[in-house]
Design a binder for this molecule. Structure first.
Ligand SMILES: *Cc1c(COP(=O)(O)O)cnc(C)c1O
Length: 325
């Protein structure tokens, strides 16, 4: 793993690669008491040409800096962030799965590690990057559709809150809702906006898209939705393919009458929605199969990440062998 230290108003230390292991923290660490922490999720791949690449790390760096500001933490400079991620990838090169089999999932973490008893920002911070190899989500070469249920009692985020930040406190509260949905046979829930309880926001950890003919709509970012990098990438690829992409309010009614729906995120890439259940009524899309638009965008994005499709937009950052040495 990679570790970098920062005093509140001080300089960031050099990016150091060290063995993966436990951290030593004061019981009064701000992250433990007040949840002062943010994370990222990103991936590195082996390409068909035998290169190792990281997908759009500049985008994660920018979102990480935004998030740090929201949580009163010093932002990690973008070049430092990318250097740390690339060093983590390089040091773990042997653990990156072969092309097509999976990827190396990276978890950058910024925590208020210094002690503070009264409510206030930590006196010092730790920036970490660790990683794990992960398999591709699809089973037997097929994307597996997910069954979603619309959640009307609980909300993930509210206007003016922290929904657009990957802050650590946003994720445990969704578990209660997610576990209850799973107990009823659903994969996850669709959250609605906290003001009208009417418009779709997103799923627990992925963004939502709805397709009608040549039009692809996704909820507009308004501060309570996480600005996904996969979301942004899929919007760009869909426009390139000639689709009309609309970022706006998306109602449950629109989803129920749609051709197909899919979700996006670094972990799942693009996952088709097999069904949506609203107030006990289940709407099945293409008999639980895979929508053609979602599949085409999945193929395009994974083709790009594997080097099969030319990287015209410069989304891949090469990680040379021995970069961490
Ligand atoms: C991370 C995350 C996403 C997806 O973002 P990507 O950058 O595409 O991985 C969507 N929703 C939530 C709540 C998330 O935490």
């Amino acid at each position: 793993m990679v570790k970098v230290h920062c005093e509140r108003d001080g300089e960031w230390s050099a990016v150091a690669v060290e063995p993966y292991g436990d951290l030593s923290l004061s019981p009064a660490a701000a992250v433990l008491n007040y949840g002062q922490g943010i994370f990222e999720g990103m991936k590195a791949f082996r390409t068909v040409d035998g290169e190792v690449v990281c997908f759009r790390p500049d985008q994660n760096a920018a979102r990480f800096a935004e998030g740090a500001g929201r949580m009163s933490m010093p932002p990690v400079p973008a070049d430092k962030f990318v250097e740390a991620v690339k060093k983590c990838i390089s040091a773990n090169r042997d653990f990156i799965p072969p092309e097509g089999k999976g990827s190396l999932y990276l978890r950058p973490l910024l925590i208020g590690s210094g002690p503070i008893l009264g409510l206030g920002p930590a006196p010092s911070y730790t920036f970490l990057v660790y990683c794990s190899p992960v398999a591709s989500y699809f089973k037997g070469g097929q994307l597996t559709p997910i069954d979603l249920v619309v959640e009307e009692s609980y909300h993930r985020a509210a206007p003016g809150g922290t929904g657009s930040t990957k802050c650590i406190g946003n994720y445990s509260p969704v578990l209660k809702v997610q576990l209850a949905a799973k107990a009823q046979g659903f994969s996850d829930v669709i959250y609605l906006d906290a003001v009208n309880n009417k418009y779709i926001e997103e799923v627990s950890s992925c963004n939502f898209f709805v397709v009608n003919g040549n039009v692809i709509a996704t909820p507009a970012l308004g501060g309570s939705i996480l600005p996904g990098i996969t979301r942004k990438s899929i919007i760009a690829l869909a426009k390139q393919k000639g689709f009309v992409v609309e970022e706006r309010e998306v109602s449950v009614e629109e989803v129920i009458g749609a051709d197909e729906c899919f979700c996006t995120g670094t972990a799942v890439v693009v996952v088709p929605v097999g069904s949506v259940t609203f107030r006990g009524e289940k709407t099945v899309f293409q008999e639980g199969g895979i929508g053609v638009v979602g599949q085409a965008l999945y193929d395009e994005l994974t083709g790009l990440q594997s080097g099969k499709v030319q990287d015209k937009l410069g989304w891949l950052e090469n990680v040379p062998e021995g970069f961490h040495e």
